[in-house]
Design a protein around this ligand. Structure first.
Ligand code: XUL
Ligand code: CO
Length: 445
């Protein structure tokens, strides 16, 4: 569905209209070169392949502050007025930006959208006020909510965790926030609800009953699921893995860990996985590896798109612009059947030294174009090269005879040993890694 540009009382990005598609020869920084939303690739429009979403917390709240200094990026909607007035301005800026970019979805934490009050009921009220305003903005623009979530890591009370906090009193506050954020997500028609385990982890085992904390996390998620279903949430709950930061050891370490956790606690029917590139690389995996792992388990949910710095590995949340990695991602995405009800959320921020307002547009356009170009390249590789045939050929010995019988569980260890003796030494078969790599280079055009 096309998006209608929606501005508030004040226009925060004057001089910028809806971002057009101008094709690869354009030198207009405020135009798409590769993302043509209506273009059909592999049987679907680019719009539907990507279901792009804007992250409220980075794009409208981040001013570039770091541990060494304050923000450098003046965001006019964060200036003047009381916290509720600023929240309304931020909402105006958000829907203006998202509608001008022409992207179909957004994602938010409770505290990005509405300020925390002095009491639990006051915080809930603040969020409800903003949710009503956001509902009207969604209707006017056609923009939808990909997912909502609660920030249960920022407030100092969560310093030892939220659902895994050793103090039950703290857990109740996390519950109050998740309850209100679930209600907000349902009110806004959100398709998913995310749990990123902010401070669910530990710094030292010396003071930590790990099993008890993880049991609490599972119980908390079960109760959140039950409440969500009770109030009519039909979407998918998503866990977002991350191996470390802010704690030394996060419980939702990576996709494999989360698969084990969900299955162990019987949560795998309601929960799937939201995978973030920079979290994958922080865990020593590629984005593509994590996506394949989740999809193979039937638990792929959604994506947080960004990239880390390849040289230091930190969670730098940069805008994804590495085309080669994007092609590897899209090769997997196309083969696992796409996003379903998930999306691609830009959990990324402009660098501290990018201080112009249009840098925010340029950053998103750059990532969107990288992924659009990668989609076309990946589809070309799948359609025009013998990539798939070569992969199949590698496993041909399991397609018939004893190999197939083994897959079917019909060959025991003793018979396998007899076959080894009878067949003698196998000949070395090249894995052809460099050929696969060169294929990607050949199709980068
Ligand atoms: C933090 C992170 C979060 C989640 C939502 O690293 O990725 O922003 O995506 O809480
Ligand atoms: Co994220």
């Amino acid at each position: 569905m096309p998006i209608t540009v929606t501005t508030g009382e004040k226009e925060y990005f004057p001089g910028i209209g809806q971002i057009p598609f101008e094709g690869p020869d354009s030198d207009n920084p405020l135009a798409f070169k590769f993302y043509d939303a209506d273009r059909i690739v592999a049987g679907k429009t680019m719009r539907d392949h990507f279901r792009f979403a804007i992250a409220y917390w980075h794009t409208f709240c981040n001013t570039g502050d770091d541990p060494f200094g304050p923000g450098t990026q003046p965001l006019p909607w964060l200036e003047g007025g009381d916290p509720m007035q600023i929240a309304r301005q931020k909402l105006d800026a958000a829907f203006e930006f998202i509608s001008k970019l022409g992207v179909p979805f957004y994602c938010f934490h409770d505290r990005d959208m509405a300020p925390e009050g002095k009491t639990v009921p006051e915080s809930e009220k603040n969020l409800q006020v903003l949710v009503e305003l956001a509902k009207a903005k969604q209707k006017a623009s056609g923009i939808k909510l990909l997912w909502g979530t609660a920030n249960v890591f920022g407030n100092p009370r969560y310093m030892n965790g939220a659902a895994t906090n050793p103090d039950f009193h703290v857990l109740t506050h996390a519950a109050a926030q998740v309850k209100a954020a679930l209600e907000a997500t349902v009110a806004l028609g959100g398709e998913n609800y995310v749990f990123w385990g902010g401070r669910e982890g530990y710094f030292t085992l010396l003071n930590t009953q790990m099993k008890r904390e993880i049991d609490h996390l599972a119980m908390f998620l079960q109760k959140a699921r039950d409440y969500g279903r009770k109030i009519g949430f039909k979407g998918t709950f998503l866990i977002e893995p991350k191996p470390m930061e802010p704690t030394k050891h996060q419980y939702d370490y990576d996709v494999s860990t989360v698969i084990g956790f969900l299955r162990h606690y019987g949560l795998d029917r309601d929960f799937k996985i939201n995978i973030e590139n920079n979290h994958a690389t922080l865990a020593g995996h590629t984005f593509a590896h994590e996506v394949q792992t989740a999809a193979d388990a039937g638990l792929f949910g959604s994506l947080d798109v960004n990239q880390g710095d390849p040289y230091n590995g930190w969670d730098t949340d940069e805008f994804l612009h590495n085309l080669y990695d994007a092609v590897e991602l899209m090769l997997v995405m196309l083969r696992v059947g796409g996003l379903g009800h998930g999306g691609m959320n830009f959990d990324a921020k402009t660098r501290r030294c990018s201080t112009d307002l249009d840098d925010i547009f340029i950053a998103h356009i750059s990532s969107i174009d990288t992924l659009a170009r990668a989609l076309v390249i990946a589809d070309d590789i799948l359609q025009k090269s013998n990539f798939l045939a070569k992969r199949r050929e590698r496993y041909a010995s399991f397609d018939s005879g004893k190999g197939l019988a083994f897959e079917q569980g019909k060959v025991g260890l003793d018979e396998l040993a007899e076959l080894a003796a009878e067949w003698g030494e196998p000949k070395l078969i090249s894995a052809k890694q460099e050929w696969y790599e060169s294929l990607i280079n050949q199709y980068l055009r």
